[in-house]
Design a protein around this ligand. Structure first.
Ligand code: CTP
Length: 236
């Protein structure tokens, strides 16, 4: 049996870290390389989807010229870019390691050192994934949970809190996951199902993840079509 495709589907992926500027020379960032998100965008395009990738600062390059790449720097810019591309999207995959907080003020001039301590006030960033999931015509939403411990419980909590369809959990303790070319994922679904994707290259992992998503879309469409009066869409 051939793997289900995403032909005719539109997929929006976020990838990489976000940089939150403090002053013209300093910023807050994290260790995300963008590899997983870029691999997912490539795998979705290989599965025949129309793909838009919203990328935070990353050294990664796309191979497939059909993928539309939009580069952003901060969480607020990523939110703007996602919201301006979300119309008509069937699948939203939030792989970016979005900064949870940003400096409360962006200083125009380089901050000079003074006393032995300094305090930086931070403001909470909006949750891009939760915002997409709360849209009236929300697409099939997939989140990621990078955890250092109690991986499954934390991931399940995020899935419920953000009201998304599926979460891909991975352990980032002891240098796993971040900035490496391999990874493993535990997929958890809102209805309690779980699925393990074993240790493999991020390219192979992304292909498996896309196959799982395509299968979910197909079975959602099939069960919607078999219920009279229900539209055959996963957006319902
Ligand atoms: N996410 C997002 N916007 C944010 C924060 C996170 O879209 N402002 C998305 C990420 O892309 C990922 C998922 O939400 O898919 C991660 O959830 P989150 O609870 O933010 O994870 P952590 O940042 O690891 O949270 P915590 O620090 O509370 O563990």
């Amino acid at each position: 049996m051939t793997a289900p495709t995403l032909a005719g589907k539109r997929v929006l992926v976020t990838a990489g870290p976000t940089f939150e500027d403090i002053d013209p020379v300093r910023y807050l960032a994290n260790r995300s390389s963008g590899k997983m998100g870029f691999a997912i965008a490539e795998a979705a395009a290989t599965a025949a989807a129309e793909v838009v990738l919203i990328a935070g600062p990353s050294q990664c390059q796309l191979q497939n010229p059909a993928i539309r790449r939009v580069d952003v720097r901060s969480a607020l810019q990523m939110l703007d870019a996602v919201m301006s591309h979300i119309q008509g999207i069937d699948v939203f995959i939030a792989c970016a390691a979005v900064a949870d907080y940003r400096p409360a003020t962006l200083v125009d001039e380089k901050i000079k050192k003074s006393g032995p301590r300094m305090q930086l006030e931070l403001l909470r960033n909006p949750d891009i994934l939760a915002n997409v999931a709360a849209l009236p015509q929300a697409p099939f939403t997939v989140g990621f949970a990078a955890e250092t411990g109690t991986v499954e419980a934390h991931a399940m909590h995020k899935l419920k809190q953000k009201r998304i369809h599926m979460i891909a959990a991975n352990c980032v303790a002891d240098g796993q996951g971040f900035d490496r070319s391999d990874n493993r994922l535990l997929l958890l679904f809102a209805d309690g199902r779980r699925h393990n994707l074993g240790l493999q290259s991020k390219t192979a992992l992304a292909r498996e993840l896309i196959t799982v998503i395509a299968t979910e879309l197909k079975s959602a469409a099939t069960s919607a079509a078999s219920k009279p009066g229900r539209p055959s869409t996963v957006n319902a």
